[in-house]
Structures are given as structure tokens and as C-alpha cells.
Design a protein around this ligand. Structure first.
Ligand code: GLY
Length: 596
């Protein structure tokens, strides 16, 4: 039987009375650690949204809504929407502020995927703004002279890991297609915050402290995040004049100011690190393009779940998980039940086995997307779940496709950084965008006020496995495989949900569970994003520490699963549509939803 679960009931949120009149210096409890976090200068609406989140309440609105990872970024988006801007306009303002106040997760130096529902046409469009391997790269980019893979963190903290950023071009492309506001004006709020300074949040301070050693490797990065050699503390005011200047140039001249000229030259120069220098060139930056890709949609319980296809594995994996689980009546099953979790865990493992073999940039390798999400194929894979115990072994299936090549299996895992933005505008357009610089603080290279990504480490470091080439190997101009899963769910052609999360490879499990919680168990979006996580991608069931999920450790072990109790810090943001707009923000992070 379904038992409703509220954030308060699962102990993830602590209520603290906060005056809705207050416009600055709000202090709310940080749910994970109990330490306080400070957000200076946020709006009344943001104060109220933080209060709602701390009480596990959904945010309701009629006309527009924006949900993202930091109150200042959400405020910037809300102002654009209130002034009549579109969801694409608001995204530009949100992303510009996120790059300043949550620099460890996303920014101009990174990449993103965007899913758009157009209210006028009823169409879904997906845009690929993924970082791209330099033209000078080769499949041995991350191998030593003996052909052995480099140590992962050595590769990350280097110019070698930096791919051509895609986020600025994606922002401009989305604005050109669907924007209405003046482009330059969308950066005003971020520029002011960068020049006047913003308050370092608890999460940013904790992230800096835990990454301090790697942030000390490059001097410009150390000067910004470790002034006088010590990590910035929560509550400190941080000014970023270089970021303001970068944004001013983009605001005035468009993103050609980023992809050519002095900013591009500084990016290229910054990647020429002493150890493992990067291969990025001015030509790579100049030729960068956003690619419109076919959306990947799967019908599930009468809805259509649509997301980003290759080079992301997100939508295909979610479509596979849902397509298998549709063969079982989850709606009648207990969300906290061990049988429910056996099915969800092994459905996810099977999806990851297929992902490891088949998913990569489809401009470089044939990817059997249609075969992988075919109902008959998924029904046959679902038959594997009809036993009583954990699957002893999981391997890739054989979807129907024309291609003769066999691929090797790849277990490359994306790191848990990244950020998610969901927006609905007054015209009824819906945006779902997941944005990243890969691991927390990316390559750790800081130039022109921004961190550069380490996205190329999402490629396989090895070129072959079991005698077969790996689909996700490095190739010049190729985009690394991702787990990012920006998703829009439609019912009868009308959008009913925009959702996504950070979390590296666990993004897929986080997002799939929240969709199931909403569609099968009828949870509102706040409860769906707050729900404790149990994710099994590679065989070990990861179970969220400090939640009811821990009660399932022994029952899952009894079925044969290995388990690991750990922090599972998703950052789900979701907006449901239908009877008004309802927004949910993950209590594990600093984000909020605001609407009117
Ligand atoms: N770098 C995170 C992802 O692409 O999944």
C-alpha cells in the first residue's frame, strides 16, 4: 500500500520560523548537516520559498515558475518571467547567476542539455550544448606512454580534461529561438552581483573546503577560492570582477566575444598546464556548435516521458527503466517495500549494462536508440526481473539494429556535480536544462572569472574492452557520454512535469525515482524530490544514509544485493503542471522554486 511520505516525516527538513517580510540575511537550517546557511539580498518570494522547503511544502503558482539551485539565481529568473520574459530568457539570467554563486557546479566554462516544450506548436525540442573534444585529441588522450589509463584525479586536475565549452552558445541559441527579452539585459543581475559581491553560501564554503587541496594547484584558482591560503568561509562577501567583465562582453557582443578573441585566447592559454597540458585551440572554440537532436520519448502509464538522447545516456536509460517497470504494477506496491526496490534496482542495473556497451556520441558511433527503447525488447529484459532475488549477473542485451560491430563494455562514471533548472513561463513554454562543469570545480582551472570544465574525463580512458572498441572512447570533435537527464513529461500532448537533477551517474536513478513517485505513487513534486534515494547502477545498492531507506539494507542483502549506506546528494528540481503550477526543490541542496 502507498504510504504518503513528506520531507518532514523522513527527517530531511527542519522547520524554522522565518518572517516572510524579511528581504535579506535569511538564515535557514541546512538539512544535511544542521549548519546554517546565509543568503543575503534575496527577495520576499525567495524567503517564503526557503521557508516552504524547510517545512516540506510544495510551492504553488498560476502563471509562471522557476526552480534552480540557488535563491539568487532563482530570483534573477523570476524577475525576467515577471517582466514578461520567456523561459528561455529566464534560463539565461539563471545560468549567468549560477556561474557566479554556484561556480563549482556549472557555468560559462561548461556544457548543458536543454529540453524545450513549445506552447505554440506543442513540439519538444532537445538541444545539445555538450563540451567537445579538441580536434587534436586522439583515443589515447588519457593514457600514459604504455597505454595504461591515467589516474582519474590526475586527469581531472589538468588542462587535458577541458573540452570546448558549450553553455554560452546554448544560452544564445535558446534565446535566439525562443527569447523575447533584450539579450544584454539578461546579464545585468549577474554583473551587479559579481561587481558588488555576493555572500558565500554554506554549500559553496563546504565544497571549497573539501576540494581545497586541488584548488591550490593553479594559482588563479587558489587566489579566488583560497584567499590568503585559507578556504573562503560561509558568509564571506565574494567579488568577481573578471566574471563581470566576461559577462559584459557577452552581453554587449553576443557569445562570439567568448568563442573568439581575447577571452578565447585566455581559455586556450589556461589549458596549457605544466602537467598534462590541454589540446584545445582557438579553432575548437570558434567552430563550436549547438546540435539539435531528436528527443527520446517513452510512453509510461499513459504519459510520454521525453528527454535528451545521445551523447547523453539519460533519456535512453530512464526510458529503459520505466519501460521495464511498466510490466509491473508499481502503483499498487509500497514505495518502501523490498520487492519494489528489487525491481527498481535491477531494472536500473540492466539499463546501465546497455548504457555501458551502446551509449556514446551518435555522430561518431551508431547507437541503437530505437532498439534499446523498443517495447518488446524491454518486455524481454523485464522478464529477467520475474524471479525473487537480486540478479546474480547483469549484462548488456541485444537490441535490434542493423549494425554489425560489437562494442566493448565501458563503466566510465560521471561525477556528482552539475545543476538543474526547470522553468515554465506565462505562455506555457516549459524548459528543462541540466548544466555542468563535470566534477565539483571542474578542471580547477580558473580564468576570466570562471572555472573550466573537466568534461572530457566522461570519456572512457580505455579504447578497448574484451577485444572490442569502446563506443565512448575519445575521438577528435566527439562529445563525451553523459548521464544528464533533463526531462519533460507530457500527457495527451500537454506538459505535466519538468524535472532533472545533478549527481553524475546517479542522476538517472534520482530522476527515474522522482518520476515514478509522481506518476505511480501520486506524490506531489516536493515529496517526490525529497524522497530518500536507493540507487543501483552497477551492482552495489547505494542507500541514502539517515533515512528510512536504511531499513531496507538487511532485506536487500537477504535477496543477494550488496549494499552501501552513503550520502546521496541529488539536487532535483521539478515543476508539475495541470491544476496550476507546483514546484519542488531538493532539500539536500540550496535551491528553491518561485512562481506567481
Ligand atoms: N558530467 C556529468 C554528466 O554529464 O553526467
Amino acid at each position: 500500500m502507498f504510504r504518503p511520505i513528506s520531507a518532514t516525516a523522513i527527517g530531511l527538513a527542519l522547520a524554522l520560523p522565518v518572517s516572510a517580510q524579511q528581504t535579506s540575511d535569511i538564515v535557514v537550517p541546512e538539512p544535511e548537516t544542521g549548519v546554517t546557511q546565509a543568503f543575503q539580498g534575496i527577495s520576499d518570494a525567495a524567503v517564503a520559498a526557503l521557508e516552504a522547503k524547510s517545512e516540506g511544502r510544495v510551492v504553488e503558482a498560476e502563471t509562471w515558475m522557476v526552480a534552480a539551485a540557488h535563491p539568487l539565481a532563482v530570483d534573477a529568473g523570476a524577475r525576467v518571467l515577471r517582466d514578461g520574459g520567456t523561459a528561455a530568457d529566464a534560463m539565461v539570467a539563471v545560468q549567468a547567476v549560477l556561474g557566479l554563486v554556484e561556480p563549482q557546479s556549472s557555468g560559462m566554462g561548461g556544457g548543458a542539455f536543454l529540453v524545450w516544450y513549445d506552447a505554440a506548436t506543442g513540439e519538444i525540442t532537445t538541444l545539445d550544448g555538450r563540451e567537445t573534444a579538441p580536434l587534436a585529441a586522439n583515443p589515447r588522450l588519457f593514457q600514459d606512454e604504455n597505454g595504461e589509463p591515467l589516474t582519474f584525479m590526475d586527469a581531472v586536475v589538468s588542462g587535458r580534461s577541458v573540452g570546448t565549452p558549450g553553455t554560452p552558445r546554448l544560452m544564445e541559441d535558446a534565446h535566439r529561438r525562443w527569447g523575447r527579452s533584450n539579450w544584454g539585459g539578461l546579464f545585468a543581475e549577474a554583473i551587479t552581483l559579481a561587481e558588488d559581491g555576493f555572500t558565500v553560501s554554506t554549500r559553496l564554503a563546504e565544497s571549497i573546503a573539501s576540494a581545497a587541496e586541488s584548488l591550490a594547484v593553479f594559482s588563479a584558482t587558489a587566489e579566488y577560492f583560497l584567499p590568503d591560503g585559507a578556504p573562503l568561509e560561509a558568509g564571506a562577501t565574494l567579488v568577481n570582477a573578471d566574471y563581470a567583465d566576461t559577462l559584459r562582453q557577452i552581453a554587449a557582443r553576443g557569445v562570439s566575444a567568448f568563442y573568439t578573441g581575447e577571452i578565447a585566447a585566455d581559455i586556450v592559454a589556461a589549458t596549457r598546464t605544466e602537467t598534462l597540458p590541454g589540446l584545445l585551440s582557438m579553432r575548437d572554440l570558434e567552430r563550436y556548435e549547438v546540435i539539435e537532436r531528436p528527443a527520446v520519448c517513452q510512453s509510461y502509464r499513459g504519459a510520454d516521458v521525453c528527454g535528451m538522447g545521445p551523447p547523453s545516456s539519460g533519456a535512453v536509460a530512464i526510458a529503459q527503466i520505466l519501460g521495464k517497470l511498466e510490466n509491473f504494477d508499481l502503483g499498487e506496491m509500497d514505495p518502501q517495500g523490498v520487492e519494489t526496490r528489487r525491481l527498481m534496482g535491477d531494472a536500473t542495473r540492466l539499463a546501465f549494462a546497455d548504457r555501458g556497451r551502446y551509449l556514446a556520441d551518435s555522430d561518431f558511433v551508431p547507437v541503437p536508440v530505437a532498439g534499446l527503447i523498443d517495447r518488446d525488447y524491454l518486455a524481454a529484459r523485464a522478464d529477467l526481473l520475474r524471479g525473487d532475488d537480486a540478479l546474480p549477473e547483469v549484462s548488456a542485451g541485444e537490441p535490434e539494429w542493423e549494425h554489425a560491430l560489437l562494442w566493448g563494455d565501458d563503466r566510465t562514471v560521471e561525477r556528482p556535480a552539475t545543476s538543474h533548472i526547470s522553468i515554465v513561463d506565462a505562455d506555457g513554454n516549459v524548459l528543462s536544462m541540466t548544466t555542468t562543469i563535470e566534477s565539483g570545480f571542474g578542471s580547477r582551472i580558473f580564468t576570466r572569472g570562471m572555472l573550466l570544465n573537466n568534461e572530457l574525463t566522461d570519456f572512457s580512458f580505455r579504447t578497448h574492452a574484451g577485444g572490442h572498441p569502446i563506443a565512448n572512447r575519445v575521438e577528435p570533435g566527439k562529445r563525451p557520454r553523459s548521464s544528464m537527464s533533463p526531462t519533460i513529461v507530457l500527457r495527451d500532448g500537454e506538459p505535466v512535469l519538468s524535472i532533472g537533477s545533478p549527481g553524475g551517474a546517479t542522476i538517472i536513478g534520482y530522476t527515474a525515482q522522482a518520476i515514478i513517485a509522481h506518476l505511480d505513487w501520486g506524490m506531489d513534486v516536493q515529496d517526490a524530490v525529497s524522497m530518500p534515494h536507493l540507487v543501483n547502477s552497477f551492482g552495489t545498492y547505494q542507500i541514502e544514509a539517515g533515512t528510512w531507506a536504511e531499513d531496507l539494507v538487511e532485506p536487500l542483502q537477504d535477496l543477494g544485493f550488496q549494499t552501501n549506506v552513503t550520502a546521496l546528494t541529488s539536487g532535483l528540481h521539478a515543476i508539475s503542471l495541470g491544476d496550476g503550477l507546483r514546484g519542488g526543490a531538493d532539500p539536500r541542496r540550496e535551491g528553491i522554486a518561485i512562481g506567481e
